[in-house]
Write a protein that binds this ligand. Sequence first.
Ligand SMILES: [Zn+2]
Length: 410
Amino acid sequence: MNLEHIQKIIEEAGHIRVSATREEYETAEYLVRECEAMSIPARIEAFPVPVTEIHEAHLWADGTEIPCTGYELCGSGTVEAPLVYLPAVDAVGLTKVKDRIVLLDTRITTFDYQDMLDAGALGFITYDGDVKWPDRDIDLKELRSFTALGRKVLCVNVNAKDAVELVKALPVVKISIEQTESEGASHNVIAEIPGKTDEWIILSAHYDSRPTSPGVYDNLTGCIGILSILEELKKTAPNRYGIRACFVGSEERGLLGSKAYVRDHEQELAKAVLNINIDMIGAIMGRLVGACSCEQSAVELIRAYALEQGVSIRVMQRTMSSDSSAFADKGVPAISFGKMAPHSQAVIHCRYDTKDVVSAKQIQEDAAFITGFASRLANAAVLPISRKIPDNIKKSLDEYFFRVRKSEQA
Ligand SMILES: [Zn+2]
């Protein structure tokens, strides 16, 4: 894709695109138009997602109000208790949470949440942002259904600067939230280039963003990457394999779009030979990574290709916290590409994920590498990656989707 086109997409779509909002839907329509402009048919598929209207959310520390956002889907009501700070949800930590509201350094995950409730925790405070950043933004979070498992307690999110003060003071805190829940819709965009066989390679990239983030790096760049692959593969169509591109909504809420896709298209997945996912490329600094949720030979394949192309990339056999995991979990070998920028250069899920941290030239270069790789596979006489998910990847997926606890690490 030429630089002007990349720049144009960044200018036109590099804005906040939150799950189930008008902005997300308009971006879906935008991606359809981008595909149609290349004479590639595309359609929008809706899937249901829970939506929330937060009427009020308050946090008081010894009577002083602290700015916060209430977690969506955590219920309504009021709770008051002394605060405890838990740097780790381990055996020691769990002895300290009874009848306390708990402040955590991490996001709230399924087993930790259930363990803390079992141990008597009454509510949770999380934080994000950075004590060194000038803003006081507070991300809007949700208590995911696969975390709550039907047990809701009040949770709020605060800015990192206030979290520090809360830990210093360990006050009695009071949380009060009023919200209503209903069902909304988010959308996937599906574009197809038929091949010579009835088997498909699925390309994927999420296009939604977090509530405070313009989401240029995460993950408008991935969408541009997929559009770039489509542009090239359209020129050589029909390729041996058909190409189905999924621009996925609601990834930031726990892969809701790709989970909906694999659920709604379960039958067709038997004909899906590979998923190539892109989550974040084009950062001005940083190194490409490839995560192969498939057999080890894919790692060697990418390494060899990168050597030929003179591209430095770190490739591993592992799962990625992105839509590739939804496909791998349904038995589709998946490879996720991304470019990890140094934290000092580019951060995500906040207001600083803007066009300033990426360059059209770097997006073009990263996309060209992935396009070359995808193009080879799309025209391979025999796909050099077998349709098999190895046991170590299955185990990692079980952990990622909270079906089993992570094995104890030292
Ligand atoms: Zn992402």
